[in-house]
Design a protein around this ligand. Structure first.
Ligand code: FPP
Length: 254
């Protein structure tokens, strides 16, 4: 590869490492197909997350953002909510040491209100122990909703204006983005949704402005390296124009 060529799976425009975001969907259907309780589908989903986090850096991705619990998931039955709340512990108890050693920086996106003190301690510990890592970035959206995050960002900016720290005319796209939970992460290049559903479900609404979408017909608990590779192959064939035209289009138009 020439010294200045874009590395495989890097963003063709920025040359930066690829950011993949995943709506981890299909745990319930996976369990139902096997006659198992939904709980076991979610637990199998944690194993799929572990496989995907290990695969992503090998496949050239530098950022992975996963949707673990949405602000709307509170409306599920209490027993299921309580199982979903236990998943980060299940994940970090087995994998935090490895993430720390392998240079993965963990960030948790979402509202902290409503989460138990124990869970908050665990999430804070994961962020603190990996803060200095820079090999790979794992964002876990937990108690996250795109609309809630946009509303929170607007409120924080309004508070800054009320306190005299900002003026209304300071508001612009970059300023708004800096108030979002994803501030510091590049926007996702690719948003993947397995399970056959084709919706965003309130995930990364602002950030998805120019994301490519790949929908895959596999339930999340079965997901792994081969599925991520396949999604990245589809992505590599996409023509991203960010609202502009290519040099070829200009030439063809004469
Ligand atoms: C949606 O599937 C999935 C969820 C609500 C939970 C996803 C979470 C994980 C896979 C693990 C999270 C791990 C951490 C560390 C946060 P669904 O239950 O809606 O499936 P269905 O549509 O088939 O019913």
């Amino acid at each position: 590869m020439a010294a200045n060529a874009t590395p495989p799976n890097a963003d063709a425009q920025t040359g930066g490492p690829l950011h993949v975001a995943i709506v981890m969907d299909g745990n319930g259907r996976w369990a139902k197909k096997r006659g198992l309780p939904r709980t076991l589908g979610h637990r199998a989903g944690v194993e799929a997350l572990k496989r995907t986090v290990s695969a992503a850096p090998k496949l050239g991705s530098g950022w992975l953002t996963v949707f673990g619990f949405s602000t709307e998931n509170w409306s599920r039955p209490a027993a299921e909510v309580s199982e979903l709340m236990a998943l980060p512990k299940r994940f970090f108890e087995s994998d935090l040491g490895r993430l720390e050693r392998e240079g993965v920086r963990v960030r948790v996106l979402g509202r902290r209100q409503g989460l138990s003190a124990d869970l908050l301690r665990m999430l804070d510990e994961a962020e603190a122990r990996t803060r200095h890592n820079d090999h790979f970035n794992l964002n876990i959206a937990f108690n996250y909703g795109g609309q809630a995050d946009i509303a929170d960002a607007a409120r924080r900016f309004a508070e800054d204006v009320a306190a005299g720290r900002r003026r209304p005319e300071d508001m612009a796209e970059a300023m708004f983005a800096s108030h979002l939970a994803t501030s510091g992460s590049p926007p996702p290049d690719l948003i993947v949704r397995p399970s056959g559903e084709q919706r965003l479900s309130n995930f990364l609404l602002w950030e998805a402005a120019y994301s490519e979408f790949v929908f895959q017909d596999v339930l999340w608990p079965d997901y792994g390296e081969d599925h991520l590779r396949a999604a990245l192959q589809v992505f590599a064939g996409r023509d991203r124009r960010y609202g502009a035209v290519t040099a070829d289009d200009v030439l063809a138009a004469g």
